[in-house]
Ligand binder design. Structure first.
Ligand code: KE4
Length: 432
């Protein structure tokens, strides 16, 4: 294949061979317009496109790169594993070590199964919850994303308390009718579903901090209220911590909020950038999984030795570096406060939601963004311009208003300050 000199040429060529030119839709820049960057390499907090440009990166591969790109220990671990072979399709000591590491960091997990993506993790957790309870209905929340399995590609009708309708062609009506939707930060919308469907509900799945409608923070007692309802009706509470796991705290959102789910799904960070997902939880539930129990789930590359090596090395660094999360908090707070000062100095309306090192700048006149409805009122056109102007200044934000940005351990104060300056410049251009 010819060496392309620009991302524009590369995208045109890619579109001839790959649907939409990308292997995941959100990479296409469709939400913000323009041509996606084709990345040549990445190191620490920077990504480099094939056009020779350097960017301070806040996408972080959508979450996995909490240590920064190409961390030397992670790269070495992958190289060593690769030299021994890339896949065996048989148990390895690394998988047991990884399971023990996850259990140590997430104490609500008694037993854990490795898979190859967050989607596989949530899909399998739902099947397990249905198999364990013998029930069919699942509750999800508007604006929460749990991967692309059919049961979760369901958009609520108007408001909560409704049977879902498919949000994507290919999802059958029957599947959609087993998915109920509630409103984030609205405990009554969950109570009403339980009042109506109670012991037909197999599971409630939630992003304990929403990251897929932009960052929306759970309000006081919201998560505990859902926990209490699941306990009362014998439904399985699934925390989808694919994004928040090891991100918002060493033990994830369940550690930060002190609310304990029955099952947890994980991904992103636990692969250190390689394809990994996982789901785990109470022993009595996990024991229902084949080959021990009747609920089937499998995977050719599950527990792949290279992915385990990368993920285990990442988790060990996070576990052993005592000050890591405090350092992340300091960096991310510096960014938040700097951008808030830009908004204030320019008298520009906007809301920043942040939990630890995941954040979103919402373009809205609202004073707060606490729900999916609030998010839907944001000005995505303004965000698109802000994204483009930031890119012009060497800052690579998530290319959608409805995504989270991520600060890594590799972002320096200089990177943060440069990002704040670029933010001020972008807002100034927006004001004109
Ligand atoms: P994957 O199948 O993409 O590994 O994970 C699905 C998933 C499940 N649960 C949560 C909370 C998630 O955030 C995700 C995936 N997140 C998106 C970004 N918002 C992945 C980026 C993409 O789709 O390319």
């Amino acid at each position: 294949m010819a060496r392309y000199i620009t991302s524009i040429e590369a995208f045109e060529e890619a579109k001839k061979h790959i649907p939409g030119g990308v292997n995941s839709p959100v990479r296409s820049f469709k939400n913000v317009g323009g041509n996606p960057l084709f990345i040549a390499s990445a190191k620490a907090a920077k990504v480099y496109d094939i056009d020779g440009n350097e960017y301070i990166d806040f996408v972080g591969s959508w979450g996995p790169m909490i240590l920064g790109h190409s961390h030397p220990d992670v790269i070495l671990a992958i190289q060593k594993a690769a030299a021994k072979g890339t896949s065996y399709g048989a148990p390895t000591l690394l998988e047991t070590e990884m399971a023990m590491q996850i259990k140590k960091m997430v104490p609500s997990i008694d037993s854990v199964r490795m898979v190859n993506s967050g989607t596989e993790a949530t899909m399998s957790a739902l099947r397990l919850a249905r198999g364990y309870t013998g029930r069919e209905l699942v509750v999800k929340f508007e604006g929460c994303y749990h991967g692309h399995n059919d049961s979760f590609l369901i958009k609520a009708g108007s408001g909560a308390l409704t049977h879902g309708t498919p949000d994507s062609p290919g999802v059958t009506r029957g599947t959609a009718e087993s998915t109920l939707t509630a409103k984030y930060n609205d405990l009554d919308s969950v109570k009403q579903l339980f009042d109506r469907y109670g012991e037909q509900i197999a599971a409630v799945i939630i992003e304990p901090v929403a990251g897929n409608m932009g960052v929306v923070v759970p309000e006081k007692d919201f998560l505990q209220g859902i926990r209490n309802l699941c306990t009362k009706y014998g439904s399985i509470l699934i925390f989808d911590e694919v994004m928040t796991g090891f991100r918002v705290a060493r033990g994830g959102a369940q550690e930060r909020w002190g609310v304990i789910p029955d099952l947890t799904t994980l991904g992103k960070i636990i692969g250190g950038g390689l394809p990994v997902g996982a789901y785990g939880g109470k022993q009595e539930i996990m024991d229902k999984l084949a080959p021990k129990g009747p609920v089937y789930q499998a995977g050719t590359l599950s527990g792949n030795p290279l992915a385990m090596a990368a993920g285990l090395t990442t988790l060990k660094i996070l576990e052993q570096n005592a000050g890591f999360y405090d350092m992340l908090e300091t960096k991310a707070a510096r960014l938040e406060n700097g951008l808030k000062k830009c908004l204030a100095d320019l008298d520009f309306p906007g809301v920043i939601n942040r939990v630890g090192s995941m954040f979103t700048l919402f373009f809205t006149d609202e004073k707060q963004v606490r729900s999916f409805d609030d998010v839907m009122r944001c000005d995505t056109n303004q965000f698109a311009h802000f994204f483009k102007y930031s890119l012009d200044n060497g800052i690579y934000l998530a290319p959608s208003q409805f995504e989270a940005g991520f600060v890594s351990g590799a972002h320096t104060d200089r990177d943060i300050d440069k990002t704040i300056d670029a933010g001020y410049n972008a807002l100034e251009r927006l004001k004109k």
